[in-house]
Each structure stands twice: as C-alpha cells, then as structure tokens.
Design a protein around this ligand. Structure first.
Ligand code: G1P
Length: 290
C-alpha cells in the first residue's frame, strides 16, 4: 500500500524574497497555475490519493487553493461564467483527501517530515519537495513507485530516493550519496552526506526532492541531533542505513526545474511556455530581438 504523499511547504522561501514575504513560494505561478499544482498533479498521476501538507503560519492559502470556495462558485454561476466555473471545479476536485499539519517552529526539513508522523501512521509514504518540478512521462513519482514495488519482491523495509548527477561546484547545495551501481539508473546507497564541500563529496549524485520512505524514518528523525538549528532528513536516512535499512537511489528520467530561486523559477516558466504552441510563438519573437 502506497497512497499517502507528504508535501513539506512550511519554509520561508528566503531565496525568493521579497515576493515570498506575502506570497508562499509554492503559490508563485508557472504560467497560470501555482507551482504546487504541478507537483500535486504528479502525485495524482502517480496513483496517490491521500495528500498531507506540512504548512506554517501564513501559508494556509496553499491548502485553500485546493479547497472548495462556494462563494466563488456561486458568483461565477450567477454571472454565467461557465468555463471559469469549470476551471475552478477542476482544481477544487483534484485533492479528495487533504490533511494539513503545522510546523510551528522552522527546524528544518527533517522536523517538517516528523510533524506529519500522526497523519502518515505506520505505512510507507512518499515525500515531494515542491521546489523541484520534474517534467517527465511517466511522472517521476510513478517511475519510483513502480520501482519501489518491484524492489519489494526481493527486499523489505526499504526506501527509495530520486537522484540526479550534478556538477562538482553544485554538490554543496544537495544531499550527496555514495553507493554501488546495480544497473544504469539504480544505486544501492551506502552512505549519504548533507551539503558537502566539493572536496568532501563522495560522488556527484545528488538527492532531489522525491522520496519513498519506510515509516521507521520517524523514529530515526527523533534520534538525530540538530545541526545549525535544523534537523536534517539526510541525517536520519544515514542513521537508518547504518542500522541496516536498505536505501536505493534512482536516477530518474526527466527534466528537473528548481523553482526555489529566481533564475530557476524563470527557467521553469520558459520551459513550460515552450511546450505551449501559442506561448512558444511569443518566445520565438523575443529570441529574435535578443
Ligand atoms: C533539501 C535536502 C537535500 C536535497 C535537496 C533537494 O535541501 O536537505 O538533501 O538534496 O532538498 O532539493 P534544501 O534544498 O531544502 O536546502
């Protein structure tokens, strides 16, 4: 059973200030949809049907976006704005089971995941980091879910995380893994380290924002020490590996767009615009001027 997906969306979004002072970064639009909708769609198209959001003060609008707004519906119905009404209904019907929990103090990604322990319970679950949009067919999480289920035939108590090769200058932005290649795109992980310097990095294989966890992760998140004011998810995974829980890394097929910083955000908009025939024409006219 793999149906629950967790979205840690409690962060301040400091890399996108000042706009994130008032707009959660997850609601910044990529064309006419908020970034969070892209990852929610990925989870829906990967067969997940129970959605858990870890929010914080001031970020309620993320869950409101997927909730039913009866006032807006009746306004649009009265004005006979049928196509807009359909559009709103389409968004509002996406997430059928939605739960939210608040991370009251910003103590890192590990702490955010731990905040959802009671909502997840004792079953395997997925985590998606909303900064990392992945354009892939089949969706990245679906590729991972299938692989996770295949691995279940040979192993148990395992977890699976998405990996991408990055340049050596970039390793200090990510969790980096060391492991043994089982096939072209599958690694059995031996060790992982959060944001190493290029000299310390055991490889250039970076953890990106997709995880499928064994529920024991919660017990390990309670055991790790805080570092620089934060509990790191990577530290809990490393401790699980040390104590015999199998961790696999999957080098996914697809294009990753990091929307958490201004350049990456701009690139994501251009990427999705280039896939739309009308917007592509506008892009072409611009490139002519550039
Ligand atoms: C987090 C994780 C890191 C991972 C990265 C992927 O870091 O701690 O291990 O590589 O997400 O985007 P953050 O980007 O939140 O600093």
């Amino acid at each position: 059973m793999l149906r629950k997906v967790l979205f840690p969306v409690a962060g301040f979004g400091t890399r996108m200030l000042p706009v994130t002072k008032v707009v959660p970064k997850e609601l910044l639009p990529i064309l006419n949809r908020p970034a969070i909708e892209y990852v929610v769609d990925e989870a829906l198209n990967s067969g997940f049907d129970s959605f858990i959001f870890v929010i914080s003060y001031g970020k309620e609008a993320i869950i409101d976006y997927f909730d039913v707004d009866l006032g807006l519906r009746s306004f649009l119905a009265e004005r006979k704005k049928e196509s807009l009404l359909d559009l709103i209904k389409e968004v509002e019907s996406k997430v059928k089971t939605l739960s939210a929990v608040r991370q009251k103090i910003p103590e890192g990604l590990g702490h955010a995941v731990l905040s959802a322990e009671r909502l997840v319970g004792k079953e395997p679950f997925a985590v998606i980091l909303g900064d990392d949009l992945i354009d892939a067919e089949p969706p990245c999480l679906k590729q991972m879910k299938e692989l996770y289920l295949e691995l279940s035939a040979q192993t148990e108590n395992h977890s699976l995380i998405a990996l991408e090769e990055v340049s050596l200058e970039e390793v200090s932005k990510y969790g980096i893994v060391e492991g043994e290649r089982i096939s072209d795109n599958l690694i059995k992980i031996k060790r992982m380290v959060e944001k190493p310097s290029p000299e310390e990095a055991p490889s250039n294989l970076a953890i990106v924002g997709r995880y499928i966890f064994h529920p024991a992760i919660f017990e390990y998140l309670k055991r790790i020490p805080k570092k620089g004011g934060e509990y790191q998810l990577t530290d809990a995974m490393q401790l699980m590996i040390e104590e015999g829980y199998p961790f696999y890394g999957y080098i996914f097929q697809g294009i990753r767009l990091d929307t958490g910083n201004p350049k990456g955000y701009f690139k994501a908009i251009l990427h999705y615009a280039s896939k739309d025939p009308e917007l592509r024409e506008i892009l072409k006219s611009f490139s002519f001027e550039i």
